[in-house]
Ligand binder design. Structure first.
Ligand code: S3P
Length: 172
Protein backbone atom coordinates (compact mmCIF):
# COMPACT_ATOMS: atom_id res chain seq x y z
CA UNK A 1 0.00 0.00 0.00
CA UNK A 2 1.20 3.51 -0.80
CA UNK A 3 2.45 5.48 2.20
CA UNK A 4 1.48 9.07 2.94
CA UNK A 5 4.92 10.72 3.05
CA UNK A 6 6.02 13.83 1.16
CA UNK A 7 9.19 13.03 -0.80
CA UNK A 8 11.49 15.78 -2.06
CA UNK A 9 13.74 14.92 -5.01
CA UNK A 10 16.05 17.01 -7.16
CA UNK A 11 19.62 17.88 -8.04
CA UNK A 12 22.28 18.80 -5.47
CA UNK A 13 21.73 22.36 -4.29
CA UNK A 14 18.04 22.54 -5.29
CA UNK A 15 17.11 23.05 -1.62
CA UNK A 16 15.57 19.68 -0.70
CA UNK A 17 16.90 19.69 2.85
CA UNK A 18 16.26 23.40 3.53
CA UNK A 19 12.73 23.17 2.09
CA UNK A 20 12.10 19.87 3.88
CA UNK A 21 13.01 21.22 7.33
CA UNK A 22 10.84 24.31 6.86
CA UNK A 23 7.97 22.22 5.50
CA UNK A 24 8.14 19.93 8.50
CA UNK A 25 7.57 22.94 10.80
CA UNK A 26 4.82 24.32 8.61
CA UNK A 27 2.89 21.06 8.30
CA UNK A 28 3.92 19.76 11.76
CA UNK A 29 5.25 16.53 10.32
CA UNK A 30 8.59 14.92 11.22
CA UNK A 31 11.52 15.31 8.82
CA UNK A 32 13.91 12.64 7.51
CA UNK A 33 16.83 12.97 5.11
CA UNK A 34 18.34 9.92 3.37
CA UNK A 35 21.89 11.36 3.37
CA UNK A 36 21.72 12.16 7.11
CA UNK A 37 20.21 8.77 7.86
CA UNK A 38 23.05 6.99 5.99
CA UNK A 39 25.71 9.18 7.63
CA UNK A 40 24.34 8.37 11.08
CA UNK A 41 24.11 4.65 10.36
CA UNK A 42 27.62 4.47 8.85
CA UNK A 43 29.07 7.01 11.32
CA UNK A 44 30.82 8.69 8.36
CA UNK A 45 30.29 11.67 6.09
CA UNK A 46 29.01 10.93 2.56
CA UNK A 47 32.33 12.09 1.09
CA UNK A 48 34.17 9.55 3.31
CA UNK A 49 31.80 6.77 2.24
CA UNK A 50 32.50 7.61 -1.44
CA UNK A 51 36.24 7.69 -0.75
CA UNK A 52 36.48 4.50 1.31
CA UNK A 53 33.70 2.28 -0.06
CA UNK A 54 32.95 3.80 -3.45
CA UNK A 55 29.81 5.11 -5.13
CA UNK A 56 28.26 1.69 -5.82
CA UNK A 57 28.29 0.85 -2.09
CA UNK A 58 26.71 4.23 -1.31
CA UNK A 59 23.95 3.60 -3.89
CA UNK A 60 23.16 0.27 -2.21
CA UNK A 61 22.95 2.07 1.17
CA UNK A 62 20.47 4.52 -0.39
CA UNK A 63 18.31 1.69 -1.70
CA UNK A 64 18.37 -0.07 1.69
CA UNK A 65 17.49 3.22 3.37
CA UNK A 66 14.43 3.73 1.15
CA UNK A 67 13.31 0.12 1.59
CA UNK A 68 13.51 0.58 5.37
CA UNK A 69 11.53 3.82 5.18
CA UNK A 70 8.79 2.02 3.23
CA UNK A 71 8.55 -0.52 6.06
CA UNK A 72 8.57 1.98 8.91
CA UNK A 73 7.72 5.54 7.97
CA UNK A 74 4.47 7.36 7.37
CA UNK A 75 3.24 10.98 7.38
CA UNK A 76 6.82 12.28 7.23
CA UNK A 77 8.66 14.79 5.06
CA UNK A 78 11.54 12.95 3.38
CA UNK A 79 14.40 14.62 1.56
CA UNK A 80 16.51 12.39 -0.73
CA UNK A 81 20.07 12.50 -2.07
CA UNK A 82 20.28 13.99 -5.58
CA UNK A 83 21.24 10.71 -7.23
CA UNK A 84 18.78 8.45 -5.42
CA UNK A 85 15.76 8.69 -7.76
CA UNK A 86 17.82 8.02 -10.89
CA UNK A 87 19.21 4.65 -9.80
CA UNK A 88 17.51 1.58 -11.26
CA UNK A 89 14.33 0.66 -9.37
CA UNK A 90 14.41 3.56 -6.92
CA UNK A 91 11.70 5.63 -8.55
CA UNK A 92 9.22 2.75 -8.04
CA UNK A 93 10.30 2.54 -4.39
CA UNK A 94 9.81 6.30 -3.90
CA UNK A 95 6.31 6.07 -5.37
CA UNK A 96 5.45 3.47 -2.72
CA UNK A 97 6.80 5.76 -0.04
CA UNK A 98 4.56 8.71 -0.87
CA UNK A 99 3.95 11.71 -3.10
CA UNK A 100 7.06 12.80 -5.00
CA UNK A 101 7.84 16.51 -5.41
CA UNK A 102 10.65 17.41 -7.80
CA UNK A 103 12.38 20.71 -6.97
CA UNK A 104 13.63 21.74 -10.42
CA UNK A 105 16.60 24.07 -10.59
CA UNK A 106 18.90 25.49 -13.32
CA UNK A 107 22.63 24.64 -13.52
CA UNK A 108 23.53 28.31 -12.89
CA UNK A 109 21.70 28.31 -9.55
CA UNK A 110 23.30 25.02 -8.53
CA UNK A 111 26.72 26.42 -9.38
CA UNK A 112 26.15 29.64 -7.42
CA UNK A 113 24.93 27.73 -4.36
CA UNK A 114 27.63 25.05 -4.35
CA UNK A 115 30.73 26.76 -5.74
CA UNK A 116 32.37 26.91 -2.31
CA UNK A 117 31.02 23.60 -1.05
CA UNK A 118 33.37 20.63 -0.67
CA UNK A 119 30.88 18.06 0.59
CA UNK A 120 29.70 16.82 -2.86
CA UNK A 121 32.19 14.26 -4.22
CA UNK A 122 30.52 14.17 -7.66
CA UNK A 123 31.25 17.87 -8.20
CA UNK A 124 34.80 17.89 -6.84
CA UNK A 125 37.80 18.71 -9.04
CA UNK A 126 38.12 20.63 -12.30
CA UNK A 127 35.26 22.47 -13.98
CA UNK A 128 32.30 21.89 -11.65
CA UNK A 129 29.95 23.83 -13.98
CA UNK A 130 30.52 21.31 -16.80
CA UNK A 131 29.88 18.47 -14.35
CA UNK A 132 26.68 20.10 -13.11
CA UNK A 133 25.43 20.68 -16.68
CA UNK A 134 26.09 17.18 -17.92
CA UNK A 135 24.81 15.37 -14.82
CA UNK A 136 21.70 17.55 -14.66
CA UNK A 137 20.96 17.02 -18.38
CA UNK A 138 21.35 13.28 -17.94
CA UNK A 139 19.14 13.16 -14.85
CA UNK A 140 16.40 15.65 -15.74
CA UNK A 141 14.17 13.21 -17.70
CA UNK A 142 14.43 10.68 -14.87
CA UNK A 143 13.54 13.23 -12.19
CA UNK A 144 10.60 14.42 -14.28
CA UNK A 145 9.36 10.88 -14.89
CA UNK A 146 9.51 10.13 -11.17
CA UNK A 147 7.72 13.30 -10.06
CA UNK A 148 4.06 13.57 -9.11
CA UNK A 149 4.52 17.35 -8.87
CA UNK A 150 7.24 19.57 -10.39
CA UNK A 151 8.13 22.83 -8.66
CA UNK A 152 10.49 25.30 -10.34
CA UNK A 153 12.49 26.80 -7.51
CA UNK A 154 14.74 29.36 -9.22
CA UNK A 155 14.16 32.86 -7.94
CA UNK A 156 11.50 31.77 -5.43
CA UNK A 157 11.65 32.34 -1.69
CA UNK A 158 11.31 29.42 0.70
CA UNK A 159 7.89 30.77 1.68
CA UNK A 160 6.69 30.64 -1.95
CA UNK A 161 7.95 27.09 -2.41
CA UNK A 162 6.35 25.98 0.87
CA UNK A 163 3.05 27.57 -0.14
CA UNK A 164 3.06 25.68 -3.44
CA UNK A 165 3.64 22.37 -1.72
CA UNK A 166 1.14 23.07 1.06
CA UNK A 167 -1.52 23.98 -1.53
CA UNK A 168 -0.95 20.73 -3.40
CA UNK A 169 -1.13 18.78 -0.14
CA UNK A 170 -4.42 20.39 0.77
CA UNK A 171 -5.73 19.67 -2.73
CA UNK A 172 -6.33 23.35 -3.55
C1 S3P B 1 24.51 13.03 -4.75
C2 S3P B 1 23.88 13.99 -4.01
C3 S3P B 1 24.17 14.23 -2.59
C4 S3P B 1 24.68 12.96 -1.92
C5 S3P B 1 25.84 12.40 -2.69
C6 S3P B 1 25.49 12.07 -4.14
C7 S3P B 1 24.18 12.88 -6.19
O1 S3P B 1 22.98 14.67 -1.92
O2 S3P B 1 23.66 11.99 -1.83
O3 S3P B 1 26.88 13.34 -2.64
O4 S3P B 1 24.47 11.82 -6.78
O5 S3P B 1 23.59 13.82 -6.74
P1 S3P B 1 22.35 16.16 -2.08
O6 S3P B 1 21.47 16.12 -3.29
O7 S3P B 1 21.56 16.33 -0.83
O8 S3P B 1 23.46 17.10 -2.22
Amino acid sequence: MKKNNIILIGFMGCGKTSVGIRLSYKLRRAFLDTDKWIEQKQKKAISDIFASEGEAAFRQMEKDCIRGFIERENNKIISTGGGLPVQEGNCELLKKLGKVYYLRVTPETVYERLKNDTSRPLLAGENPMAKIESLLAQRTPLYEACADVIIDVDGKSFEEILEEIAEKEMGV
